[in-house]
Design a protein around this ligand. Structure first.
Ligand SMILES: Nc1ncnc2c1ncn2[C@@H]1O[C@H](COP(=O)(O)OP(=O)(O)OP(=O)(O)O)[C@@H](O)[C@H]1O
Length: 325
């Protein structure tokens, strides 16, 4: 890859804004009313080369609009954005060689072609030097375990295989930045784990910068030291995930199946939130270890089964607001 030698951050967003003009039907009026939607406004942040950042927020917060401006698909209506020193909408072609984009819900692969043919086409489009292309392809295919699928048409791949194929497609030209939009959506636990491991290795080995949009908090936990929370078009938090948990006071849940029905479980570090027959739900702080709570419950009660539920991003953000952040 071409390391980013430019001084300063790799991604720089200053007072970025994007407004959409929409027409809405108003009751009692024949004409639709004109209205402006401020999808993104007063948004500023920067990302250094090699960082792995989670870009999270509720539905409609402005995440996609931001990513579209970062990739040059949308032109900002205000403020400034620079990626690798380039203006994404003006220098879109040049920027395309330096970034990779993966949308969980949409594939960029050619549906009827074998996976390998899609990769070969991308090699030609991006003019990746043939020997380097083969090295990259071999390495990624091995790490993502796609060797047996290379000659399978994309439409016959499972969702997990297709997603891994899309990630390889986005990386063959050694992008400095990889934007991932819901990369683990719909995947089973094993596929999610494999994908996260791969992204961690990619960042460690090649220093690829990751900007990850996800509703899965475990993606963030596994990958990102830093999260930017966006809501109503602007950033409401920028810092560590631990800091976000601490501010929001979000909690994890220990689900305990007792052998028999019992009074609410009383152990230090957790409180019972719900009881249904022999099943009880205990909340404990998301940044604390589950081990002491599990040990205390197991020592004092007859337990048939235990499981831990992670909070999702909506829970964390809701908690953030309930604390008045
Ligand atoms: N082309 C458009 N025309 C009009 N309004 C738009 C357009 N694109 C986005 N919006 C509006 O801008 C706001 C932000 O949308 P955006 O898609 O960026 O949110 P998001 O955070 O990506 O949401 P999700 O998690 O649901 O994908 C929403 O109110 C949306 O309706």
């Amino acid at each position: 890859m071409t390391p980013n030698h430019a001084a300063g951050p790799l991604i720089r967003v200053s007072d970025l804004a994007r407004t959409f003009d929409v027409r809405r039907r108003v009751e009692g009026r024949r004409r639709r009313a004109r209205e402006q939607v401020h999808a993104v406004h007063d948004l500023s942040f920067s990302v250094d080369a090699g960082e792995m950042v989670g870009y999270i927020g509720p539905n409609g917060a402005g995440k996609s609009t931001t990513i579209k401006m970062l990739t040059g698909i949308l032109v900002p209506t205000g403020g400034e954005v620079r990626v690798a020193g380039l203006d994404p909408s003006r220098d879109r072609v040049e920027l395309a060689r330096r970034i990779g984009v993966v949308f969980g819900q949409r594939s960029t692969l050619w549906w009827d072609l074998p996976l390998r043919d899609s990769f070969d086409l991308l090699q030609k489009m991006y003019r990746v030097e043939p020997a380097h292309y083969r090295d990259n392809l071999d390495r990624f295919v091995e790490l993502l375990d796609l060797g047996d699928q290379l000659d399978t048409p994309v439409r016959q791949l499972s969702l997990g295989q297709r997603m891994r194929g899309d990630i390889i497609a986005a990386l063959l030209h050694d992008p400095e930045v990889l934007y991932l939009d819901e990369p683990t959506i719909g995947l089973d636990v094993v596929s999610k784990g494999r994908l996260r491991e791969f992204l961690r290795a990619l960042n460690a080995e090649r220093g690829t910068t990751l900007l990850l949009t996800t509703h899965d908090l475990q993606d963030i936990e596994a990958l990102c030291d830093r999260v930017i929370v966006i809501d109503h078009g602007t950033s409401v938090y920028d810092g560590s995930l631990a800091g976000l948990h601490a501010q929001g006071g979000s909690s994890r849940t220990l689900v305990v199946d007792l052998v028999d029905e019992a009074a609410p479980i009383d152990v230090p570090g957790a409180r019972v939130r719900k009881v249904e027959g022999p099943r009880q739900w205990l909340s404990f702080p998301a940044d604390a270890s589950a081990a002491p709570v599990v040990a205390a419950v197991a020592a004092a009660y007859d337990v048939a089964d235990l499981s831990i539920q992670e909070p999702d991003i909506e829970d964390v953000i809701r908690d953030l607001y309930s604390r008045g952040a």
